[in-house]
Design a protein around this ligand. Sequence first.
Ligand code: PGA
Length: 240
Amino acid sequence: MRARLVAGNWKMHGSRAANQVLLDAVVEGVRGVECVVCVPFPYLAQVAEHLRGTQVAWGAQNLSEHASGAHTGEVAAAMLAEFGCRYVLVGHSERRQIYGETDAQAAAKFAAAQGAGIKPIFCVGETLEERDAGRTEAVVSRQLDAVLVKCKFGDAVLAYEPVWAIGTGRTATPEQAQAVHAFLRQRVGAAVRILYGGSVKAQNAAAIFSMPDVDGGLIGGASLVAADFLAICAAARTKG
Ligand code: PGA
């Protein structure tokens, strides 16, 4: 039985004051489900301090594929590990699309995280154009294969995030999500947790989480509103 996981991706949002309020509410309200928040680098120390001894884990949203050296502006896996960071998003579509991250780079970041004892939350997903062309499985396979040729997936987390559903308010139907999750499941095995991400909200979370191969969610916008995030966490908890 895979334990459900709900991961919040704050993206480039937050302030010390706002984080304090949000984290207080999440710690107070979350029950019976594993939960992690992935925050911008400058807030890692605040979040580590705030969440120490609570049931809420925390992670980063990116890392360098390099161990150290002349990489101005980059953050190494070992630096995150030194903070006690347990999770890191890798290969998010915004990294791929806006910052030109390649499959090979995402795979190298995955390896760097694992090497430092940090669990990657590895994101795959197709664009609308790719879906319409019937290429969804080919695209997510290509993204995943880049990792699997060089690493064991191990206890990393996989996230299926159709690009057309991210931040658009247009979520995949539970059946669309399940179809891709089942396909990914064949590749990574029964033990790996596969999260769905893309416009998960309090209203649609329960239906998506009821699918047999959906093990939780990766939540963007709704993770910034405590009541919404907690409702999504509750929906994950009540799955059979
Ligand atoms: P969204 O983002 O929930 O705002 O669609 C999900 C993500 O990008 O991880």
